[in-house]
Design a protein around this ligand. Structure first.
Ligand SMILES: Nc1nc2c(ncn2[C@@H]2O[C@H](COP(=O)(O)OP(=O)(O)OP(=O)(O)O)[C@@H](O)[C@H]2O)c(=O)[nH]1
Ligand SMILES: [Mg+2]
Length: 280
């Protein structure tokens, strides 16, 4: 399945990110903790350059904790800090301010030397669509100012929002990039909801997800759908799930569209369990 999704507004956002970079002290890059590599936008990497960067692996409530910890270690380096967060609940967010202070230590010391008492920190929040940028900002602002939603493309334009702890944040629309490295990256983005379902073949996508899950998390499938086993052919597994869920049409045919929507929905909602689709 060839997937690509780079509508015109993403190009515009990219340009705006570049223009606004000079206004901010640091960049907060939000990634999906289930796919920390696939959700890293290579174009943003280039744009951000040497700016101090805080990488937040969001939706950590949906992953295997051990794997996410490994990613944190793997991603942390000079000028880049990585942390796991759950922006729905707000866990991990109390560490944002100390992390920014650490990243901006030299600059802050310089400003304090000049007699400044209150130091405002301005950051830009960037990331792929649907990763939780606006949810993050709302939690930090303790206010639902930014619009959020469980589909990609909710934020349409950039917007400054004041949050607690003397941090100002720029919310930006999610951006992808024109050519994915490989099919696996594209699928990971599609599984987790960064690409609009409307442009994809949902049945093929669900099939691929089953294929992946039954290789790495067969017990989760067996437990969630109360099936006896997973089969060598993912289609048979899908059939078994459909029968258990009653996704059957007249004439006893499997309703692939219906079961596909169910499987993708349940995966995205964490109902199939804590799943890490990538390892460092
Ligand atoms: N499980 C889980 N869901 C989350 C978390 N953070 C955000 N979400 C959900 O993810 C979906 C997308 O959130 P948004 O904040 O709209 O994402 P965004 O990055 O601003 O998306 P765009 O504006 O479309 O680029 C919403 O349904 C949120 O409720 C989290 O930590 N865990
Ligand atoms: Mg948004």
């Amino acid at each position: 399945m060839a997937i690509n999704w780079f509508p015109g507004h993403m190009k515009k956002t990219q340009r705006e990110i570049k223009e606004n970079l000079k206004l901010v002290d640091a960049v907060i890059e939000i990634r999906d903790a289930r796919i920390p590599a696939s959700s890293a936008n290579p174009d943003i990497d280039k744009l951000v350059g040497d700016k101090p960067r805080l990488i937040l692996l969001n939706k950590s409530d949906l992953t295997e904790a051990k794997v996410t910890k490994e990613w944190i270690k793997h991603l942390t380096k000079d000028n880049v800090m990585a942390m796991e967060v759950n922006c729905l609940k707000g866990s991990g967010l109390q560490k944002i301010k100390p992390a920014l202070n650490e990243l901006l230590k030299e600059k802050h010391e310089r400003l304090k030397g000049k007699g400044l008492k209150v130091i405002m920190t301005r950051v830009m929040v960037v990331g792929i669509p649907n990763v939780g940028k606006s949810t993050f900002i709302n939690k930090m602002a303790k206010n639902n100012i930014a619009q959020t939603g469980d589909r990609p493309g909710v934020t349409k334009s950039k917007r400054w929002i004041k949050t607690a702890m003397d941090i100002e944040m720029l919310d930006t629309p999610g951006v992808l990039w024109p050519k994915f490295k490989d099919d696996e990256t594209a699928l990971n983005l599609a599984f987790t909801g960064a690409i609009r379902d409307e442009i994809m073949d949902i049945e093929d996508l669900a099939y691929r997800l089953i294929e992946r899950l039954q290789e790495f998390y067969p017990d989760n499938l067996i437990e969630r759908y109360k099936i006896d086993t997973v089969y060598d052919n993912p289609l048979e597994t899908m059939d078994a799930i459909a029968i258990k869920r009653g996704a059957i049409m007249k004439g006893r045919e499997i309703d692939y569209n219906r079961i596909s929507v169910i499987i993708l929905d349940e995966f995205r909602g964490g109902k199939i369990g804590n799943i890490s689709l990538e390892r460092p």
